[in-house]
Design a protein. Sequence first.
Length: 440
Amino acid sequence: MSLVAIGLNHHTAPVEVRERITFAPERMPDALKELRSQLSIPEATIVSTCNRTEIYCGMDTHQTGHVVEWLHDFHRAPNDTFSPYLFTRVDHAVVQHLMRVCSGLDSLILGEPQILGQIKQAYREAGEHGTVGKRLSMLFQSAFNVAKQVRTDTAVGASPVSVAFAAVSLAKQIFGDLEEHTALLIGAGETIELALQHLKTSGIGQVIIANRTLERAQALADQCGGEAATLASIPDLLHKADITISSTASQLPILGKGAVEQALKARRHQPMAMIDIAVPRDIEPQVSDLADVFLYTVDDLSEIIDRGMQARRQAAQKAEHIIEHQATDFMRKLRGQDAGATIAALRSQVGDIQQETMQRALAMMAKGDAPEKVLKYYAHTFSNKLLHQPSTKLRAASETGDDTLLDSVRQLFDLKPAAAEAAPDTTRANQPIDAKKLTK
């Protein structure tokens, strides 16, 4: 049985293909059940996100085609809809791929950490439905450990490479520890939601969400125990904010220089970090003229992001070395376990022969047979039974010209060349022939 991965991702397939092959959460139990029951696959885990659908299996490689057919059937897609975009990896390539994915090296944004949580969830779900066995358990646990090592030993996820991450990184550079500070987030779109996640991770003290729609602001505020407000309330709340991050679709500025001046007076000119990541801008450029205000725009963040991507690429090189070493070590351990199972089966079979022969020998002794006779019987019978099946297989291999098995046995038992294969004795080659002896 081998480790096999079959799937597609943002490297191999366009979004319209990826959309068709995703597994909805409510259908995942049925998918896992069908892989086990219909295809008789011993082990399977399905990873399905917006950027990838990958099936990890412990199975014989000849079943790969059946999995591809099943993918089309399950999604009711015409034959070969997905085939041009699918990849197949086996054993070492599977291990290396999953370790790269878990470490964020295969993601659309290099080093992003979200994929690790998604894979852990897929692994847990497969475990709950009984489709994770010994091999996949070893594989996924090892991949999780490697991802942790990559995060610890490299900076692949440390440098900002998204606008939201860069905005929060700037705030941390200005204020350091964020636990005693308050952030005002203006807007409620994807970028603001990501910024909120990064602020929570950074331990922000208080959060205020201001949005055109109060309901949407409240939904985000509930995620962090924050305060929700409308855009009209911003002038009354701005003085509370040490950090302001704004990203709306407004065509006109939401914050002007006058409103910020009033907030500074109420704050007694304590510093304010204002990060405008909207296009068109949400904060009037003149705000940057005010003392005690650090105003940054998308252009400022782009420079940070470019530096961050370069730093991550350098860290990724170190991460790749870690993964290659760990993947090789994993396969060595996996093959060692396979050898252990074979050794255990061999010992069990030899033990059965030994017990059977011993029982007969003991019966002979009970009848009064001489010890010498019993020992000779035991040695002769045990060796014959032990070597009968291997001898039959070796003769058959020799008759068909299969030298591989013969060579393996010679190496396994460190056998010397047989007498018939030994070089001829030429010590008497030149001696005269005694005709009398030939006629005897």
